[in-house]
Design a protein around this ligand. Structure first.
Ligand SMILES: [Mg+2]
Length: 363
């Protein structure tokens, strides 16, 4: 998962408050010790695996070592809180850093947090917990009244139980990200900081696909009724109209092997025009979230321009396929419509986003 750093507004998180860190950063050395000092923090509690060092490893990066050394120099008390099943490794790590380590009941139990507060004689507000897991480090800290800083997990494999926690974490964080206080500029400058499903374009494509699904149903229903269902005087409309087209414009409709196939382009035009209006309404408000009413008429015109060019493609592709796909006409009409819809959807997305609504130019 990609990681978006920043400060969280915990007032906004509601029921998820207990899972919400005060702060998210990419790695431990990026945490400003001056800021912690300014916030009157004097006790730093640290998780081990994927926060200080990779799982099972014992070699600290020079940046981590420098950060720890500076923290000590500035007068912070530091201590490790760990659930590890390998106390010897924990002891070696703590000795290397020259700080204390507590082992206790599994986080998110408040047990180890309380041990540390008591040992150093601090109040919860004076402490900060730094860890890479929401379900243990952050939740445990919040339950103890301690601010938590959530760091991105280091690269590399992890304990199998941790993987389960990560799934819960993904669920919780995708909701929490909405309460992240980050200037819009910063996100624009580096959209790569956003988790995949939080990226504007990904959301737009998903929503556009959803709207497209509705438009497709509208389009197909109208088309199906026109070509296959509506009859006048005991004969299908598509056959009557198709024969008329073949009689009067034999050159244009010579592609058609049956009268109803000649009528197909007309049915496509009517159905698509209705579907396009649906697409305009829903994509404008739901997909691209256009707020102001300014230029609404122009946007509608542009959606129709994009749509009619797309329909040209649609007529070419679906009529061509309806004409050549063998088998029952019900099947031919469905297959040809699906193929054309996929290609035309891509065209329409690009046309609406960059030409009609021009959302890429906004924040
Ligand atoms: Mg960890």
């Amino acid at each position: 998962m990609r990681f978006r750093p920043g400060r969280f507004d915990r007032e906004k998180t509601g029921m998820l408050r207990r899972f919400c860190p005060a702060h998210a950063v990419a790695s431990l050395p990026e945490i400003s010790l001056d800021d912690l000092k300014a916030e009157d923090k004097s006790l730093i509690l640290l998780d081990v695996d994927h926060t200080l060092v990779k799982w099972k490893q014992e070699e600290f990066s020079p940046e981590v070592l420098a950060w720890i050394a500076k923290a000590k120099e500035m007068g912070f008390h530091l201590c490790i809180l760990s659930n590890t099943r390998h106390p010897e490794r924990l002891q070696r790590l703590a000795t290397q850093l020259g700080i204390e380590a507590f082992r206790g009941r599994f986080k998110p139990s408040t047990h180890m947090y309380e041990m540390a507060l008591e040992k150093y004689g601090r109040r919860p507000q004076e402490a900060v917990m730094i860890g890479d897991q929401i379900m243990t480090d952050v939740l445990g800290a919040n339950r103890s009244g301690i601010d938590a800083i959530w760091v991105q997990k280091m690269e590399g494999p992890e304990f199998i139980g941790t993987k389960f926690n990560r799934m819960m974490e993904l669920l919780v964080t995708s909701l929490l990200y909405r309460s992240l206080v980050t200037p819009v500029d910063a996100i624009d400058a580096n959209p790569g900081n956003l988790p995949f499903f939080e990226r504007a374009i990904v959301k737009q494509i998903l929503k556009f696909g959803f709207v497209g699904g509705i438009s497709f149903v509208i389009d197909f229903t109208i088309r199906y009724l026109l070509v296959r269902k509506i009859s006048f005087g005991g004969e299908k409309l598509s056959n009557t109209a198709g024969r008329w087209l073949l009689d009067h414009f034999p050159t244009i409709f010579k592609f058609a092997t049956r009268p109803d196939a000649a009528f197909m382009p007309i049915a496509v035009f009517i159905a698509a025009s209705v579907a396009m209006f649906n697409s305009f309404l829903l994509n404008r408000s739901f997909t691209f979230k256009v707020k102001s009413d300014e230029g609404k008429g122009q946007q509608l015109a542009k959606v129709y321009i994009v749509g009619y060019i797309g329909m040209g493609l649609n007529i070419l592709i679906s009529s061509g396929l309806y004409n050549i796909i063998p088998g029952h006409p019900d099947r031919s009409i469905a297959v040809s419509a699906v193929c054309a819809a996929v290609i035309v959807a891509a065209w329409n997305f690009v046309g609406q986003r960059y030409f009609a609504f021009q959302v890429h130019k906004e924040g």
